[in-house]
Design a protein around this ligand. Structure first.
Ligand code: DX5
Ligand code: ZN
Length: 229
């Protein structure tokens, strides 16, 4: 049972390592674990699909060895099929792709699932969930992005909450939210049905354990009375 397929509807949180001190990645991730993080969100950027360049499979493999938390890869690259086997080999638990960058979505999702990972779809803010409607039965989770992919520290796009609602109506899968998530923006996303809160700059801008804990707590407060995820 994977992290997402075994999900029980609680509110969970995880750091996006993009904003971490890469010279102390393992230490920073462990600190978020002390603050209640349940997964690590690993942003992969290729300087083609997005302007930024980040980390690859070798760093993912090192991180897998250094943490007990499942590593969730978010591929923000063109031709993700070229990289998926190396991330599977690295031992990550889940991989999401951007449909805007995928040529043949069923094949890509099948490749992830055949490798024993959970498969997810990450939707850019301007991408309608309807665009991937026919692929939703083949995913274990959806990542609704509340900023355009490429950088940490961008302004939260509030319309993403309505998209979370729409995705939840379309598919019974856990919804992760990613981009501008803070103690202040998390509650609205949880009320809309999101259950996995990913945050980068809000976590690593201060003490990672404390800040991670605050975001999870604010999401959990909002979940009482909200629909189960
Ligand atoms: C953006 C990434 C995010 C990013 C979030 O392309 O997918 O995971 O690191 O960073 P914050 O939380 O700072 O918006
Ligand atoms: Zn991400």
């Amino acid at each position: 049972m994977g992290f997402f397929s075994g999900f029980d509807g609680r509110v969970a949180g995880g750091p996006s390592i993009l904003a971490a001190d890469f010279a102390d990645l393992a230490g920073q991730v462990r600190a978020t674990g002390a603050g209640g993080a349940e997964l690590v969100h690993f942003d992969v950027m290729d300087n083609h699909f997005v302007p930024n360049l980040s980390l690859g499979p070798a760093v993912a493999a090192s991180l897998v060895s250094a943490t007990f938390l499942p590593v969730d890869v978010h591929l923000q690259v063109i031709n993700p099929d070229d990289l998926i086997p190396a991330f599977i080999e690295a031992g990550v638990c889940s991989i999401s792709v951007q449909p805007e960058a995928v040529r043949h979505l069923y094949r890509t999702l099948a490749m992830i699932l055949a490798g024993g990972c959970e498969a997810g779809l990450s939707l850019s803010p301007a991408t309608s969930p309807e665009a991937v409607e026919w692929a939703l039965p083949y995913v274990d989770y959806a990542n609704v992005m509340s900023v355009d992919p490429g950088f940490g520290g961008q302004d939260f796009i509030p319309e993403a909450a309505d998209k979370v609602r729409r995705v939840r109506q379309m598919a019974d899968v856990p919804v992760e939210v990613d981009g501008g998530i803070t103690e202040k923006t998390a509650p609205g996303m949880v009320e809309a049905g999101a259950r996995v809160l990913v945050a980068g700059s809000a976590v690593f801008g201060g003490d990672p354990a404390t800040e991670m804990g605050k975001i999870i707590a604010s999401g959990r407060r909002a979940s009482s009375g909200a629909e189960p995820g």
